[in-house]
Design a protein around this ligand. Structure first.
Ligand code: ZN
Length: 390
């Protein structure tokens, strides 16, 4: 028997589900806020950016920043954490070939590479022309962590996120590269904690656990039976080492207008990027987040917990970028959101060493009564953006 989770309390969610009037997101996205006109913080920020941001001025800020980290000893000048996906590949390529920085890309391997994901990583290195370090953790430990996070956190992706956030910091310390350039600030671009909306950097001390680790850091796994020595690649380097390095974590999205669709075109042109030949399950797009066979379950769990599936997240962003109207977005959500990721289901069960029955018990333990109801033996959403059209 899997213990029922209190989703409302765990994520401090509002009990009444509301949808943004401008995009497709609901107020169930953790840390998102809505104003009195029922417009989400991400849409408000997108609007603010359109009106007030001077991108020429931002580029000047970037140039100043890069100048500060230029070096004469031949060492790497900027570290770009990168999957080889369209966003990070663009940043790495631009920093290297447009701004003349000595770039090191650092990749934290997916749980299980898709062919297209590995090909895109290789293309970034061979076609895009950047150096790369690929970190692949112990597969046995990683599978254990994935199973644990699926059961305890309701997100099989958490061990990947630990490494994605911390492994580049470890490499930064090892290679003495103080400047680390991430892509977008997800909290700001997709709706979340807006306190960092007007700064280019992220603090490696403060919000890391809250924003990226759902409140459970890798160090907390020791109490769940994982040995400390096995957690080394997942851990944040000691703060005193990052302090001594003078580490600064910046977001490229602060300096450059962040439009995922344009990053896609840029990478097709410059880094040999290939979109998925098939549509990603749960959404309509072919070019985002396509390198890990496990990631469909991460999105599916978000749909179960928050009623927010992959098509919601994708369409919300594209509405803000004015690539879709809200009506089009709502239709896409209706059509694709919550589609079960069937393609790699057997692989996922085998990877986590769980039965299908156990899988569904865990899934159902995350269904909150404010989101779901069972009618005629079937689970149905109580609220959806396509029901909300009044
Ligand atoms: Zn919105």
């Amino acid at each position: 028997m899997v213990e029922k989770k209190d989703v409302l309390k765990r994520y401090s969610l509002p009990a009444e589900v509301k949808f943004c009037k401008k995009c497709t997101i609901s107020n169930q996205r953790p840390r998102i806020t809505f104003n009195a006109d029922s417009i989400c913080s991400a849409c408000q920020f997108a609007e603010y950016k359109k009106q007030h941001f001077d991108w020429k001025e931002r580029e000047n800020e970037l140039l100043k920043l890069l100048k500060r980290f230029k070096r004469k000893d031949g060492g790497y000048e900027v570290l770009v954490p990168s999957s080889g996906g369209k966003d990070s590949a663009r940043i790495a390529h631009e920093l290297k070939h447009k701004y003349g920085m000595n770039v090191l890309t650092v990749t934290w391997a997916p749980h299980l590479y898709t062919d297209i994901g590995f090909k895109n990583l290789q293309s970034m290195v061979h076609v895009g022309g950047v150096d790369n370090i690929l970190g692949t953790p112990n597969g046995i430990i990683h599978r254990k962590l994935t199973k644990l996070s699926f059961e305890i956190l309701g997100d099989p992706f958490q061990p990947f996120i630990y490494g994605q956030v911390n492994f580049p910091l470890q490499i930064a310390v090892k290679h003495q590269i103080p400047l680390i350039m991430y892509g977008e600030n997800g909290e700001v671009e997709y709706g979340g904690d807006m306190k960092n909306a007007f700064k280019p950097t992220r603090d490696y001390k403060g919000d890391q656990k809250k924003h990226y680790f759902s409140g459970l850091g890798p160090e907390d796994l020791i109490s769940l039976g994982i040995e400390e020595k096995d957690l080394v690649p997942y851990m944040t380097p000691p703060h005193k080492e990052l302090d001594a390095l003078g580490a600064e974590i910046h977001f490229y999205g602060y300096y450059h207008k962040w439009i995922p669709q344009e990053n896609f075109y840029y990478c097709v042109e410059n880094t040999g990027f290939t979109p998925n030949p098939v549509r990603n399950e749960g959404t309509y797009s072919k070019y985002a987040s396509l390198d890990d066979k496990i990631d469909g379950y991460h999105y599916y769990l978000a749909f179960i917990k928050f009623g927010i599936g992959r098509a919601t997240s994708d369409s919300a962003h594209e509405i803000r970028d004015e690539h879709l109207t809200r009506e089009e977005g709502v239709e896409l959500v209706k059509k694709f959101d919550g589609e079960f990721p069937q393609r790699y289901f057997d692989i996922f069960l085998k990877y986590c060493d769980i039965s299908e029955k156990h899988f569904w018990e865990v899934i159902d333990s995350w269904r909150s009564p404010h989101i779901w109801e069972k009618t005629g033996g079937e689970w149905k959403l109580k609220h959806a953006v396509w029901m909300d059209e009044k």
